[in-house]
Design a protein around this ligand. Sequence first.
Ligand SMILES: Nc1ncnc2c1ncn2[C@@H]1O[C@H](COP(=O)(O)OP(=O)(O)OP(=O)(O)O)[C@@H](O)[C@H]1O
Ligand SMILES: [Mg+2]
Length: 383
Amino acid sequence: MTSSELDESRLRRLIEAGADVVSNLDTDSLLGQIVETAAEITGARYAALGILNANRDGLDRFITFGIDDETRMRIGDPPSGLGVLGVLIKHPEPIRMHRVSEHPESFGFPPNHPPMESFLGAPIIIGDDVYGNLYLTDKRGGDFDQSDQDAVELLAGWAAIAINNARMVRKERLRAVIEASEKERHRWALELHDETLQGLGALRLLLSAAQRSEDPTRMRAAIEDVLDQLSLEITGLRGLITELRPAALDSLGLEAALESLGRRAAGTGDFDLELDIEFGRHSRLAEASELEITAYRLVQEAISNASKHARASLVVLRVKRDDTAIDIEVIDNGVGFDPQTIQAAGFGLTGMRERVAIVNGRLDIESQAGEGTRIHAHLPLAD
Ligand SMILES: Nc1ncnc2c1ncn2[C@@H]1O[C@H](COP(=O)(O)OP(=O)(O)OP(=O)(O)O)[C@@H](O)[C@H]1O
Ligand SMILES: [Mg+2]
C-alpha cells in the first residue's frame, strides 16, 4: 500500500494509539506502543524513540522496535544525539530522506549497526520544548511518503503529551513533598516555641525568685520548684524528640514502635485505645527505612487527629503485616467529618495521602458526621 492518504486500517491504528494516551497506561509501555504503532503504520523495519535528558546533551531513554536484544547489545551505547538525530533536536522539523547517509550531518553508523537506508524522523515537541525524537528507518518496498510523515508527526505529538504528563505528575508530587516538609518544620517550630521556650522562661522566673530570696527555707522551696519544672521540661523534650525521630523505630522495629506510640497517645488522651498489631513471623522489616517511617507517620497523624478532633471514647489501631503488604486501620467512634469537603483544611490528611502515594499504596478515609472515622492504608512491600 503506497497510497499517500491514510487508509482506514492505518487510521484505526492511530485512533487506538491515541486512546492509549488518554488511558492510564504507564509512560514506558505507552511510549513502547507508540514506537511499535509508528513502525506498523508506515511499514518501517526499524523504529526508535529517544527522550532527551534534563541537560539536553544526551538521551535519558531510548526505546527501539525491530532491533533484537542481541543486536542492541552488540551496537553498544544508544545514539548520543549527534548527526541526523541531533539535527532533529536543534532544528525540530520532520526529516524525510531516501538514504540517511546522504544527509550532510550524517556521521555514519557505529560498528555492528544494521545498515539503514530510508529515514523518517519527527521531533517530540510541545511549544518550544523539544523532548526528544521519534524516527523510523528502512521502509519496506519504497520510501516514506507524506502520509507516513503525517502519521508519525501525530504519534510524536502524543508521545510529547505522555512525557509532559509524566513530568508534571512527578513535579507536582515533589512540590507537595517539599511543601509538606516545610509545614512540618513550621509545626515543630511552633511546638518548640510554645512548649520548650515557655517552659524555659518559667524556669528563669523561678530561679531569679530563688536568687532574690533571703530566707533559706523559701530558697530551698524555690529550688525544688525549679527541679520539678526541669524534670517536666526534660520529659516534654524527650517526647518531642521521640516524635521527630522515633528511636524505637530504629532499635526495636515498627511493631514495637507502633505499640509504644499507641500507648503514649492513650496515656495523654481521653479515650481508650484498643491495639491489635499482628506482625506474625515478620516482626522486623528488612527494608526498614521508607515503609516503616510511612507506616509510623501515618499512625501518628491518624491517632493525633482522633485525639485532637474526634472527641472519641475509643480508638482502635489495627496493623497487619504479611508477605506482601502492611495494612493499617485507625478507627475512632468520634464526631466524624466529611472527607470530601475538608481535604484542604490541614496538612495532616494531605501528608498522609502523599506518603502513601510515594510508596505506591492506597489510602481510604471513611467518615461521616456523627459516624466516627476509619482510616485504612494498604502499603505494599517493595518486590
Ligand atoms: N478522626 C477525625 N475525627 C474528626 N475530624 C477529623 C478527624 N481527622 C481529621 N478530621 C478533620 O479533618 C481536618 C483536617 O485534618 P488534617 O489532619 O488534615 O489537619 P489538622 O489536623 O487540622 O491539622 P494538622 O494535621 O496540620 O496539624 C481536621 O481539621 C478535622 O476537622
Ligand atoms: Mg492532623
